[in-house]
Design a protein around this ligand. Structure first.
Ligand SMILES: N[C@H](CCC[C@H](N)C(=O)O)C(=O)O
Length: 288
């Protein structure tokens, strides 16, 4: 497989969710998983996701995007990363309305002075859509848990697919949960054949949720846009909140609006451009 050596990159973040943008439209190539893992090393260019841009297949779409986690696995959605590439494309073209295509569908973005809004599409709650290992009638409360059997630390998550799989545990006190301890086993729980992103959510009011996330293929992150979307729709589906909420993550706030008219999830928040550079063989773990 060809190497990414000598390709330009842009380092960005969405509320501290660490993003690397690789614009591969001039020379499309897959992202080698082993090079992604090498690049993500703490002393190289630590990131949570790579957003790789490819030529769009249809007119009117700015790019096709593929999302690679720090462990080299591929994801179907990345809300914070999508805001980052929307800002990147706005900087390149000056156009505020940007459209991406992804494996999970169309991502309609709008860049404005009040933030970047991404239409993440509709949630999918069916067990096979998540996916789960077998039929489950009620995906509002999956029969799994973590921690001591007699007093589980986390139990009965709501599950949803928002382009990628999420399990959301609602708890009375999110700060009291050691997600770093339970995240790894829950991410790889047998109930999730494609693994899952794991959220711990505390409902503060009908329009405000506190959230922390263990991301599939990346671990604890400062923010996770798709988890904020997943948590907002699961909370509304359970009657815990209204359909428009502020989600407060360790890195900051996102506004999520689960639109009644078409069931689409709109996520609004910031993105930040940090620096750019060029990838070297050393950064990619490639022997020259
Ligand atoms: N940080 C991303 C989520 C990445 C999800 C990825 N970890 C997966 O495997 O689904 C976000 O802001 O939505």
């Amino acid at each position: 497989m060809a190497s990414l050596a000598d390709r330009p990159f842009v380092k960005m973040n969405g509320l501290g969710n660490e993003i690397v943008v690789l614009d591969l439209r001039d020379g499309p190539m897959p992202v080698p998983p082993e090079e992604a893992r090498a690049l993500a090393r703490p002393d190289v260019l630590p990131f949570d996701q790579i957003m790789a841009l490819y030529p769009a297949a249809v007119p009117g779409i700015d790019a096709y995007v593929r999302i690679i986690n720090a462990d080299g696995s591929e994801a179907g959605a990345c809300g914070n990363g999508t805001r980052c590439i929307a800002l990147y494309e706005y900087g390149r073209t000056g156009r505020a309305h940007i459209r991406f295509e992804s494996i999970a569908g169309l991502l309609d973005c709008n860049v404005s002075s009040s933030g970047i809004t991404v239409d993440m599409g509709p949630p999918r709650f069916g067990w096979a859509d998540i996916p789960l290992a077998g039929p489950v009638a009620d995906t509002r409360a999956l029969d799994i848990q973590a921690g001591p059997a007699e007093a589980p630390a986390l139990a009965h998550p709501a599950v949803v697919n928002v382009g990628n799989p999420h399990a959301v545990f609602f708890v009375p006190d999110a700060a009291a949960v050691d997600l770093g301890r339970y995240g790894p086993e829950l991410e790889r729980h047998p109930a999730f054949p494609d693994r899952a992103n794991i959220s711990v959510a505390q409902v503060l009011s009908p329009d405000h949720i506190l959230l922390k996330v263990w991301e599939r293929g990346a671990g604890l992150t400062r923010a996770c846009g798709s988890a904020a979307c997943a948590t907002a729709v699961c909370a509304a589906r359970l009657g815990l909140t209204c359909r428009r909420v502020t989600v407060t993550l360790p890195g900051g706030d996102l506004t999520i609006d689960w639109r009644e008219a078409d069931d689409h999830i709109l996520m609004t928040g910031p993105a930040e451009l940090e620096f750019s550079g060029r990838l070297t063989p050393d950064m990619l773990g490639v022997t020259a």
